[in-house]
Design a protein around this ligand. Sequence first.
Ligand SMILES: Cc1cc2nc3c(=O)[nH]c(=O)nc-3n(C[C@H](O)[C@H](O)[C@H](O)COP(=O)(O)OP(=O)(O)OC[C@H]3O[C@@H](n4cnc5c(N)ncnc54)[C@H](O)[C@@H]3O)c2cc1C
Length: 422
Amino acid sequence: MAMTEQISVEEYAAKARVFLDANAEKKEARKKFVWGEGSDNVSMFEERSKEAEEEMLRRAKAWQALRFDNGFAWITGPTEYGGAGLTVAHERAYNQVEREYKTAPLGAFQIGLGMVAPTILAHASQNARDLYLRKMWRADIVGCQLFSEPGAGSDLASVQAKAEKDGDEWVITGQKVWTSGAQFSDIGEIICRTDPGLPKHKGLTGFIVNMRAPGVEIRPLRQMTGGASFNEVFFNEVRVPDDHRLGDVNNGWNVALTTLMNERASIGSADSGENTMYTRLLEMIRHYELDTDPIVREMLADLYINTKVAGYTSQRATDKMRAGQMPGPEMSIGKMALVNNQKKMNDLVAHVLGAKLVVDTGEWGTYAWSQLLLGAPGMRIAGGSDEVMRNIVGERVLGLPKDVGIDSKSAFRDIKVGTQKD
Ligand SMILES: Cc1cc2nc3c(=O)[nH]c(=O)nc-3n(C[C@H](O)[C@H](O)[C@H](O)COP(=O)(O)OP(=O)(O)OC[C@H]3O[C@@H](n4cnc5c(N)ncnc54)[C@H](O)[C@@H]3O)c2cc1C
């Protein structure tokens, strides 16, 4: 259901409440957190069995479809593709009301809706936009991001998976890696090399690829937390119609940048679960009678202040994007701040728990933190590593010379990947 621009934010919030009252259960008034009661799980990556993952997806898809059909899923999206055509203020109002209700978690759609769908809207053919946007936002299909390769991560422009034109189709062959959620995705946004005779940033093209097409093979990768949230994806002569191309031939770098901008925005503005994590942290400190310890107090205050400041920086970047402006390096600063604060939190937990963090004594709320500590380094890498973020700040804020070692002039086929020099 599309709503008109005329509806006020207050009216929209009231409609949202009626919808949520009819379709979701209200959360109980927040019970005071008591150390030692309930679950002590604080893991960064959800690690589920196949059956649990399927059940999670089923619930998430059903909830997203219901929201979509009632005009509460793609609130700021264009009406021609099923969006409600409303403003960011309407979206904020809805989210605020929805937080009062128990609803299915929608994390499985974060990459598809936060990164792939905006790129399809900006760069895909009319046919592809008609085919995919509504279905993605209704969660009839899920999307993933097929960028990284064994030899192309930070230096994404070095991708080697190739796409060759064959009549009205392209034929894709190569390997992608670290593809989050590929195991339950229906489509993927892939960046391929289409002209190795051009400099590396110039010979790339983006496509939408069917993850269930013949020639696509998905293999899970196990991470140090024990779970397998990522995959290697192999493409063996996978055929893609030309109208599934994103943007012009050899303009894939700009297509990738659209996706990466949205990725950094979503990581930088991620809800760090600040309130619940702080309460847990505070109660742990009280439990071990360290709340008068000057070192612990200083670490906690430092973490709290930095988390608040990081939140404001991210807010500035997302507001800029939503107002139609290109965000600047504040996106990189926001992302670095988020991961630095995660490290501050982990250091504080380690300081308080000591050996209990690494040896499972069975004591509630101790060893469970190790899942958070083992998952956290991934966030220093995902969406652009710390070092790459620092390079951006160095160049764009401090005016330092450009990073050496990126050969942006020679034909890609003449560069030995991994040893580029200017
Ligand atoms: C949680 C998580 C989820 C992910 N999900 C996806 C996904 O869904 N789809 C996808 O395509 N990819 C995904 N990735 C992959 C991610 O994009 C890459 O890991 C990332 O781009 C870094 O690339 P790399 O791992 O090849 O490391 P490399 O680029 O090889 O970097 C290795 C080290 O060298 C440093 N380095 C590299 N270049 C420079 C430089 N110029 N200056 C200084 N230091 C440098 C890096 O900071 C790093 O410490 C995910 C990664 C993580 C951790």
